[in-house]
Design a protein around this ligand. Sequence first.
Ligand SMILES: Cc1ncc(COP(=O)(O)O)c(C=O)c1O
Length: 347
Amino acid sequence: MTSVSDYAHLWEAQPGWLNTASYGLPPRPAWEALQAALADWHVGATSWEPWDESTTRARESFARLIGAPAADVFVGSTVAAGVAPIAAALPDGAKVLVDDVEFTSNVFPWQAHADRGVEVVSAPTAELIQAIRPGIDLVAVSAVQSATGDVLDLPAVVAASKEIGALLVLDASQAAGWLPLDVRGVDALIAHTYKWLMSPRGATLGYLSPELQERCRPIFANWYAGNDRHSSYYGTRMDLAPDARRFDQSPAWFSFVGAAPALELLEQIGIPAIHEHNLALANEFRAGLGLPPSNSAIVSTSFPGADEAFKAANIRAAVRNGNLRASFHVYSTSADVELALRALKNI
Ligand SMILES: Cc1ncc(COP(=O)(O)O)c(C=O)c1O
């Protein structure tokens, strides 16, 4: 079995980075690929096509990570933009269920259709599954909540959604990269890659089931979504790709140049090993705070004064909804945990 520590030399995290839930740090292959592309850009050393090969690699790697065919994966810019075509496909008057603390990129795109009767209702995390009742047309929820670190009981949500015939749209931005994921039973799974997938911001990847692809209008139709991109530059003849590629937004080249090596490295290390590593550190931190162990790489807890103490000790974590939020990823170490606990000791 691979050990995460075998790969530790690929990152140069300064001690005290506990904020992957905000953004992840690039592994050396991603950093170097990006620097090389920037150097080529600087002097015009190459055409753009070699940069774009990274988009294909990132799409394929993401597909393997979530157990989907690459033909069902689109590339885009943000979660909100990935959700938009699904929201546009909802019938007038549809009802969408979200978590009370859902990140708004998976809330506002549904609410933007309020004028045609699309209604968003919410439930507390602990009551979400009971709230999946007849009358709900679509469940839009994060696999791991940004604010609290709560991990969704995915099999239960899939079963409850299937039972009432509701679509299930997952935001995996806080999950993909550390939590084992599988798209079986899921209609859409979208992840921005700049957190746990350790990529530059601007590269988003999403799965759309073949059935959902049929229901959605490619509202971002563009040259890159063309069946043959090179004959899709000009004019009025639109021939879009027959698969999920017709939902592609033309990619931010350099974001994908950084994303492809990062995703491939995650595959190489293996999500189960990373999952184990992250939980061990998160639970070490929790134990130090006197909290019971949990199943999340994100620790969120009320700790008045923690923000100031962390700032004084140069520990970079976050405060969300009034709670301290510390997150642990592949490059985090026990030394980071110790630093954080030491900073909090005298409060
Ligand atoms: C769960 C979740 N989804 C999405 C995003 C980012 O959204 P977008 O890609 O629309 O900028 C974040 C950022 O914090 C997030 O935590």
